[in-house]
Ligand binder design. Structure first.
Ligand code: AHR
Length: 498
C-alpha cells in the first residue's frame, strides 16, 4: 500500500504542552505499595522508594503525576496520610475493597515526584468531603507558613510549601461506582464553590473539573454542559477519560478505537465552546485527558481477588505488541489535538495498567506500551503540525473509513528538529510512505525507530523483558525534501529529522 503526507512548518495545530506526557499514580493495587514504594527491597532508598523503578520513570520523562486517585480519592481523608507514620490509621478503601495502610501520603509522594522530575497534579475528594477539606489541603500544601495547616506541614518536617499548581476537583463524579456520586447539577454547584475557596487560598492554582467518566455514559454531553454551566468561570480544564480493550479479539476494530478518542475530543471541545458562547465568555476552556490507556486484560483476574487485602495485584494488564500500537495511535490523537488538550495522563504508571511492571521483592521492567510513550515524551515537544494525509482506509465492526496510517508530527524550531510519529494498522501489508517536507529546508534523517513484532500478542514479562523493543533499523531517507520510508505491517515508528 502507498500513503502520501505533506508536512509544512507553518501549518501549526498547536503548541504541545509538556504536560501532555503526564501519568497517574493511584493508591490502588501495587501502584504505590510494591510499585514505587517497597521498603526492604534491595533497591529501596532510605525512604523506602525503589531506585530501579524511579530510574524507569525518569526514562519516560513524565512532567506531571496525577495523585492520589482515581476512585480511591472519593473516600480519602488526606489527613490520614500526613504526620508521624506510626500514628496513621489503616482504613478500608471502599473503591477497590482493599486496606490502605497510609504509609505513603501527600508529603512522601511530593518528595518522590520531585525526585523523578515530575510535578504533582493533586486532587481533592468531592465524594465524601467538600469545600472545607479541600481548602485545608490547599493551605497545608501551598501556604508558606503562619497558619494552622501550613504550620502543621512544617511540624511534619516539610518547611517549604509544595506549591502544587494543578488540582482535580474530585474524580468521575458521574459514576455509580464512585463513593458520593452526584448529579451534574449537584456536582457543578459543589465544584464551583470548592474551586472558589481553593483559589481564595492560593490564586496561582489551576483547576480541573470532572467531565464524564466515559463517552459511553448515559449522561455524557449533558453532564459536561451542566457542569460547565456552573463552573466555567472558576475552572481551567475539563477532564476526559477513556480506556479501550480488544475484548472480541478483533485487531482491526480494536486499533480503530483511536477514532473514538478523536471524536470524543472534538465533541467535548464543541460543548466547551457552546458554553463559552452561551456565557459570552472570553475564556477558552482547555482539556485535561487525565486518564487514558488500554485496560481489559486483568478484568477476570480482578473479579477473583479476595477483599480487604493490602496492595493485592489489581488491574495488572500485561500488554501486547498490538496494545502498544493503540497506545501509539492514542498519543498521535492527543498530539493532533494539542491546541485544546493541554494535560494528559497515561493511566497509570507502575503495575496498575502501567508501562512499568515490578515483582514485589524482584525485578522491574518495561511493558510494550512503555516505548511509544517514551519516544513521544522525549521527542514530541514543540509545535504539533497539521499533517495532510492520504492513506488507504478500511472498515471494521464499529468504524468506517479507518485510515491504515496514523500520523502526528512535532517541530521543535529551536532545535531545528522534526519528529514524525506513525502507526501502520495494516495487519498484512507494509505501507510505503512518501512525505513532502520541503518547507523545512534541508532536513536529514537522524534516526528511524520502529516497534514491530511477528506476533501481535507478544508481551514483555519478568522472564522475557525484551521481547518487544524498538530498533533503529528503519529505512527512512530524505531526497530533495521528500521523505520516503517503509512501514511494516502492525508497526509504530518515530522518524527524527534535523
Ligand atoms: O485508572 C483506574 C480507574 O479508572 C480510576 O481509579 C478511575 O478514575 C477510573 O474509572
Amino acid at each position: 500500500k502507498q500513503s502520501k503526507l505533506i508536512l509544512d512548518k507553518d501549518y501549526i495545530a498547536g503548541e504541545v504542552d509538556n504536560r501532555l506526557f503526564g501519568s497517574f499514580v493511584e493508591h490502588l493495587g501495587r501502584a504505590v505499595y510494591g510499585g514505587i514504594y517497597e521498603p526492604g527491597h534491595p533497591e529501596a532508598d532510605e525512604s523506602g522508594f525503589r531506585r530501579d523503578v524511579a530510574a524507569l520513570v525518569r526514562e519516560l520523562r513524565v512532567p506531571l503525576l496525577r495523585y492520589p486517585g482515581g476512585n480511591f480519592l472519593s473516600g480519602y481523608n488526606w489527613e490520614d496520610g500526613v504526620g508521624p507514620a506510626a500514628e496513621r490509621p489503616r482504613r478500608l478503601d471502599l473503591a477497590w475493597r482493599t486496606v490502605e495502610p497510609n504509609a505513603v501520603g501527600t508529603n512522601e509522594f511530593a518528595v518522590w515526584a520531585n525526585s523523578v522530575g515530575a510535578e504533582v497534579n493533586m486532587a481533592v475528594n468531592l465524594g465524601t468531603r467538600g469545600v472545607d477539606a479541600a481548602r485545608s489541603l490547599v493551605e497545608y500544601c501551598n501556604h508558606p507558613s503562619g497558619t494552622y495547616w501550613s504550620d502543621l506541614r512544617i511540624a511534619h518536617g516539610y518547611p517549604e510549601p509544595h506549591g502544587f499548581k494543578t488540582w482535580c476537583l474530585g474524580n468521575e463524579m458521574d459514576g455509580s461506582w464512585q463513593i458520593g456520586r452526584k448529579t451534574a447539577a449537584e456536582y457543578g454547584r459543589l465544584a464551583s464553590e470548592t474551586a472558589k475557596a481553593m483559589k481564595w487560598v492560593d490564586d496561582s492554582i489551576e483547576l480541573v473539573v470532572c467531565g464524564s467518566s466515559a463517552r459511553k455514559m448515559a449522561t455524557y454531553a449533558e453532564w459536561e454542559a451542566t457542569v460547565l454551566d456552573h463552573t466555567y468561570d472558576e475552572v481551567d480544564y475539563l477532564s476526559l477519560h477513556t480506556y479501550y480493550g480488544n475484548l472480541d479479539g478483533d485487531t482491526g476494530n480494536y486499533l480503530a478505537a483511536s477514532l473514538d478518542m478523536d471524536a470524543f475530543i472534538r465533541e467535548v471541545t464543541a460543548i466547551c465552546d457552546y458554553i463559552k458562547a452561551k456565557k459570552r465568555s472570553k475564556k477558552t476552556m482547555r482539556l485535561s485527558f487525565d486518564e487514558w490507556n488500554v485496560w481489559f486484560h486483568s478484568n477476570d483476574a480482578d473479579a477473583k481477588q479476595r477483599p480487604w487485602q493490602t496492595a493485592p495485584p489489581l488491574l495488572e494488564d500485561v500488554y501486547t505488541h498490538e496494545d502498544a500500537l493503540l497506545v501509539g495511535s492514542m498519543l498521535i490523537t492527543l498530539l493532533r489535538h494539542a491546541d485544546r488538550v493541554k494535560i494528559a495522563c497515561l493511566a497509570q504508571l507502575v503495575n496498575v495498567i502501567a508501562p512499568i511492571m515490578t515483582e514485589t521483592g524482584g525485578a522491574a521492567w518495561r511493558q510494550t506500551i512503555f516505548y511509544p510513550f517514551m519516544q513521544a515524551s522525549l521527542y514530541g515537544r514543540g509545535v504539533s503540525l497539521h499533517p495532510l494525509i492520504e492513506s488507504p482506509k478500511y472498515d471494521s465492526k464499529d468504524y468506517t473509513d479507518v485510515p491504515y496510517l496514523d500520523v502526528a508530527a512535532v517541530y521543535d524550531e529551536a532545535a531545528g528538529e522534526l519528529a514524525v510519529f506513525l502507526v501502520n494498522k495494516d495487519q498484512r501489508e507494509p505501507m510505503r510512505l512518501a512525505a513532502d517536507i520541503r518547507s523545512f529546508g534541508d532536513l536529514a534523517v537522524i534516526e528511524h525507530q520502529t516497534l514491530e513484532s511477528d506476533d501481535p500478542k507478544a508481551t514483555n514479562t519478568a522472564r522475557e523483558p525484551y521481547r518487544v523493543v524498538p530498533h533503529g533499523r528503519g529505512d527512512a531517507i530524505v531526497d530533495g525534501g521528500r521523505l520516503a520510508a517503509t512501514l511494516g505491517p502492525l508497526s509504530w515508528h518515530m522518524i527524527r529529522l534535523r
